[in-house]
Design a binder for this molecule. Sequence first.
Ligand code: FAD
Length: 404
Amino acid sequence: METIVLVGGGLAGAKAAETLRAEGFDGRVVLVAGEPELPYERPPLSKGYLLGSAERESARVHEPGWYEANDVELRTGVAAVGLDVAARRVELATGEEMAYDRLLLATGASARRLPVRGADLDGVRYLRTLADADRLRADLADGGRQLVVVGGGWIGLEVAAAARSRGNAVTVVEPQPTPLHAVLGQRMGEVFARLHRQHGVDLLTGTTVREIRGAGGRVTAVVTDRDVGLPADLVVVGIGAVPHTQLAASAGLEVDNGVVTDHALRASAPGVFAAGDVAASFSLLYGRHLRVEHWANALHGGPAAARSMLGQDVTYDRVPYFFTDQYDLGMEYSGLSGPGDTVVCRGDPEDGGFIAFWTSDGHVTAAMNVDVWDVTAPLQALVRSRQRVPAAALADPDAPLESL
Ligand code: FAD
């Protein structure tokens, strides 16, 4: 009987297991999950779960009985610690060695650590896992905390929104001129700056954290490069994620900001594949390797890798897609914009829902819909088509997106 081992019990790994069975694979499927949890989705951890409006169970990828019902051997709380790609064997932390015919690396990423003095004090938090979310949810639940968020990226802003909504005082410290500057640029970054300031967040841009101070082992203040001491009894660090590539690297697989794969999610050794946050996969659309740390990439990449493992002809080539919810604002972003792109808006960013388009040489590189729904398909088609579209047509609310 053939054995497929899936390493990593996140969304990519669990969806790969589902697809293997849906496609009729009747061999052995082992899902090796380092965390002691059933596979779960992370987006609710910084939204509904932190707000107290959703429960843990709602984040599960599958119901508890699904794994047994589908003959998927789920090994929770067990990490894969060694990989021999020549012998096609994987070693688990329990000491067990397992032979595989094909192996998926879906090991995801972990929160980047803050490299300053005091970052090990009690009260400094990260948010990546359900265990992190449990702790932070309890911290914020009663309100009245003095929270400093380090980093105005997606995680930092969602935590800030949840913390404010639960009655905590929040300061966000961000080195760039606006939050989300690297992804959205100045003008759209300002939309999120305004949103958070309107909700009472003290947003310090152009500011870096230099040190965290404490007393009795607990956080008391965050010191910035402007020599300002910000009082804090809780610090949440959201400064990006680092892919879990150690297993791949130690096995001699090609690693370059992620496990390098071709367009079919095949890694550099026969029988080994990668998907989700850990994969740097070759995109035919962009003509280069991309590592995408978004939910949709795990949702679709896991199944694509499963089909590729079954020998199907797979080209994994999706337009990157991301969503966020902060306060009452909901947003979706499709594509990849560049620093020199021009922004064209359909609707007023200061007044209700709108769509922003990023263009380069007349081509739409990315689009963001804010409080406008059911437009992802035409926006992604526009990005994918690479056709030139006049700015006036992009801005015209009466021009159907499908006809651009
Ligand atoms: P992961 O979810 O990281 O899962 C990988 C799993 O593998 C982990 O459980 C890890 O412990 C395990 N593992 C690692 N090494 C080993 C090993 N050697 N052996 C066994 N197991 C191992 N994206 C969006 O598009 N929109 C959002 O709103 C959004 N919100 C988010 C909110 C939070 C708080 C976080 C943390 C992420 C959010 N994301 C969001 C990103 C999205 O959740 C990730 O892109 C997605 O989780 C990636 O899934 P994955 O399966 O590739 O990796």
